[in-house]
Design a protein around this ligand. Sequence first.
Ligand code: AMP
Length: 361
Amino acid sequence: MATFPLPPGSMIGILGGGQLGRMLALAAARLGLGVTILTPEAGAPAAAVSARTIVAPYNDAAALNDMAATCQVITFEFENIPANALDALARMGAALAPGPRALAVAQDRFDEKTFLNGAGAPTVAFAAVDSIDDLRDALQTLGAPLLLKTRRGGYDGKGQVWVSRADDVEVAMAQLGHRPCIAEAPADFRRELAIIAARARDGEIAVYPLTESHHENGILRRTSAPARAAPPVIASVERIAATILSTLDYVGVMGIELFERDDGALLVNEFAPRVHNTGHWTLDGCEVDQFEQHIRAVAGWPLGPTAATHHVEMTNLLGDEANDWEKLAREPETRLWLYGKGEARRGRKMGHVNRLRALDR
Ligand code: AMP
């Protein structure tokens, strides 16, 4: 059994090998900690910067055994890890951070919203939809239009469709493959906000400055932080974040996405039990960034300071936008992060830029 804090030289296991794993591995290396990634994909972005890569499916018993035997703590950077992989690791005696419950709750949009409401965090009104009849009922109870989303597996706006009329219900269910769904009332938001928060093994909580986020076609396009917001709004978001983390007895960094309505009311859309795209600005805009913070938390180290040092506009580089790397590298106030992905497929997150300016006073 590992004892915390893990000393330098320890090995941290990460399930998932995408850009989030890559930036976690870079942060771990800076603290003298090693990273082993488990990824089904050969040549994954994190592999190039990790001490060790195991290429195998997430629920491969031999790979999980190897991780449990060689890593002092195991975390994840990807939400759709099969829950049985974490259960198997727990049975093998591995230390997991965050724990399996946070992942299980976040993997199902209905369970997630039910959990949030139970913890006192407000969300839009919602209903479980398992059939065409359920969807008709939801249109009656929640009103039209409503947003139909698959309960599991959706990301970046995939797996969701607006339903405006009773005549649309059959097509909508067919579009989502008749999978178990959740129907949500429209959030009617003025803007979208996000907050990155961390909880340490001893229960200490640290939150980052509020971020304003802008999505296009369901994909995060850019963020601006620290976001301008009235002090009571900031206090409410911080309170919501602390409640979610404490209720889950969470260890690590979490990204929480919210809607702000015209009257200032806040609704939680969802939380990601991992480092998050809305926190990429912290790499160049905060004293300790979200990736180092996550490594600190899971390794049982003290959390670092989260104050902003710069105002940052973060823009994702999607598809061939990353081909502009040379121009971007010439901009003195721009910090360029490229993920080492081979093929620049349309809409694929290839990197991001953080554009810095002095903090607003
Ligand atoms: P999600 O997949 O839940 O993260 O949603 C992706 C994006 O869709 C959000 O960032 C919002 O822009 C939009 N969205 C999600 N849920 C709602 C909702 N209930 N009402 C209005 N827009 C939503």
